[in-house]
Design a protein around this ligand. Structure first.
Ligand code: NAD
Ligand code: UGA
Length: 457
């Protein structure tokens, strides 16, 4: 039996360790966190995150070979392999503020591992980190007078929220990077052995440490770049009567380009894309590559523009003023099938509308608690309403900001009757039937499409 520990019981630590424990009944997997409430939730019937398929796995193996605990030091001492999956936010102060990764928690974790270790261990970087972080980690861990050797491995996570279990169960690839020394290669093999329990060997890629660290940042940058690229084209569509869905289809059917991640939207959100690209930008600057930094920086700039432009399009369409108007936001999660609201474009749109003195009502099937917390500073100006019909009642406009499929299934005839006329729908995810909505009587604005309005001039 191998004792596997994961430090950090968040969106990555929880689901990844649940899947590892499920497929490796011969190993004991413990997930620890400094957040006592979160651990209590992992131990309860109400898991701290919503992820399709997660409950079933956790409820099945919790207490057998999957454990959640706040006893970090004791579990470090007992572990053979330690995955570190703590958060790595953007630095808010000093050198690199607003771009570089804040690694203070990371370093503290390395020191805590060293302090509590009496046996050699494999330490796995699961968090997304700047390239060459493993070097600092190795130096801290191996500069010890205990005679202990630590191997540091990079095993970045590629799961997307909302499909975490599916992505873990059937990954496109698993990446394991390590040192090219005998002990480094042995450590790589130990991690490969875990994933090989359910992932075909040809999908497990092994590289050197730095390629592995950088591949994670590069993959996120490429994905976000596709969204910014199609959103840039969507802006041009809105001016030229081209339709971005048709353009994306025509472009994406080229097998060299591919169809995925070409859905134009109000902008990308989530805890990682912006943070990781800014981190990449900082690294490029740090290594004296300002042109490369500027190239990637544009992906974020385009995304900020997309969100701001959505608000401005709304205000313009609503006769240049939303002051005092009730506006219903359909969705506040950063994407469908998650309760996560981190960096959600809906929050930016909400704040933009509040600045224009609108009265904002937010509805979402799973994310209202997180939204309340994220918007606590403006709580008096926002209402939260679980029922979309009630949210839209007496509203001048609806803005669809999360692609929850249930929003496409609503009875828009009933919604329309109960709204202030003329009524507007702004579809920031292009999930609604725009023609039908227009026929019901709505004025319809979608991303990258000409507006359908009932006004003759
Ligand atoms: P998260 O905030 O959900 O979870 C991180 C957890 O670490 C928190 O519960 C926090 O309390 C805990 N923590 C922080 N410092 C700690 C310490 N010293 N000891 C014990 N626990 C500590 O973050 P996340 O979304 O799981 O992301 C973790 C990392 O994985 C980040 O680097 C992120 O970029 C990366 N990542 C995230 C996703 C995703 O979909 N969220 C996907 C791939 C990679
Ligand atoms: C993303 C990556 O997809 C994962 O591979 C990666 O592991 C993860 O970041 C991470 O490092 O944290 P995630 O942020 O969970 O996963 O969700 P995505 O599905 O990538 O969506 C990100 C944002 O882009 C969402 O706001 C989504 O609505 C938006 N999006 C996505 C679009 O606007 N258009 C698209 O075509 C696709």
């Amino acid at each position: 039996m191998t004792n596997i520990l994961c430090i950090g019981a968040g969106y990555v630590g929880g689901p990844t360790m649940a899947v590892i424990a499920k497929h490796c009944p011969q190993h004991r997997v413990v997930v620890v966190d400094i957040n006592e409430e979160k651990i209590a939730a992992w131990q309860s019937d109400q898991l701290p995150i919503y992820e399709p398929g997660l409950r079933e796995i956790v409820f099945n193996i919790r207490g057998k070979n999957l454990f959640f605990s706040t006893e970090i030091n004791r579990n470090i001492a007992e572990a053979d392999i330690i995955f570190v999956s703590v958060n790595t936010p953007t630095k808010t102060f000093g050198q690199g503020a607003g771009r570089a990764a804040d690694l203070q928690y990371w370093e503290k974790t390395a020191r805590q591992i060293l302090e509590n270790s009496t046996t050699p261990k494999i330490v796995v970087e699961k968090s997304t980190l700047p390239v060459r972080t493993a070097e600092a980690m190795e130096r801290i861990l191996n500069f010890n007078d205990k005679g202990l050797h630590f191997d540091v491995i990079s095993n970045p996570e590629f799961l997307a929220e909302g499909t975490a279990i599916q992505n873990m169960e059937n990954p496109d690839r698993v990446l394991v990077g390590g040192r090219e020394t005998p002990s480094g290669q042995e450590a790589v093999q130990t991690i490969v052995d875990i994933f090989e329990q359910w992932v075909p060997r040809e999908r497990i890629i092994t590289t050197n440490l730095w390629s592995s660290e950088l591949s994670k940042l590069a993959a996120n940058a490429f994905l976000a770049q596709r969204i910014s690229s199609i959103n840039a084209i969507a802006n041009l569509c809105e001016k030229t009567e081209a339709d971005v869905t048709e353009v994306a289809h025509a472009v994406g059917t080229d097998s060299r380009i591919g169809p995925q991640f070409l859905r134009a939207s109000v902008g990308f959100g989530g805890s990682c894309f912006k943070k990781d690209i800014l981190n990449l930008v900082y690294l490029c600057e740090y290594y004296g590559l300002p042109e490369v930094a500027e190239y990637w920086s544009q992906v974020v700039t385009m995304n900020e523009y997309q969100k701001a432009n959505f608000v401005s399009r709304m205000v313009t369409a609503l006769f240049n003023s939303v002051a005092g108007k009730r506006i219903a936001l359909f969705g506040v999660a950063f994407k469908a099938n998650t309760s996560d609201t981190r960096e959600s474009p809906a929050l930016t749109v909400c704040r933009g509308l509040l600045e224009e003195q609108a009265h904002v009502v937010i509805t979402d099937p799973y994310a209202l608690d997180n939204a309340r917390a994220s918007l606590s500073d403006v709580a008096e100006q926002v209402s939260f309403e679980p029922d979309p019909y009630a949210a839209a009642e007496d509203a001048h406009a609806i803005a669809v900001l999360t692609g929850w499929p249930q929003f496409a299934e609503l009875d828009y005839e009933t919604i329309h009757v109960n709204m202030i006329q003329p009524s507007f729908i702004f579809d920031g995810r292009n999930i609604l039937d725009h023609k039908k909505l227009y026929e019901i009587g709505f004025n319809v604005y979608a991303i990258g499409k000409p507006p359908r309005t009932h006004f003759t001039n």
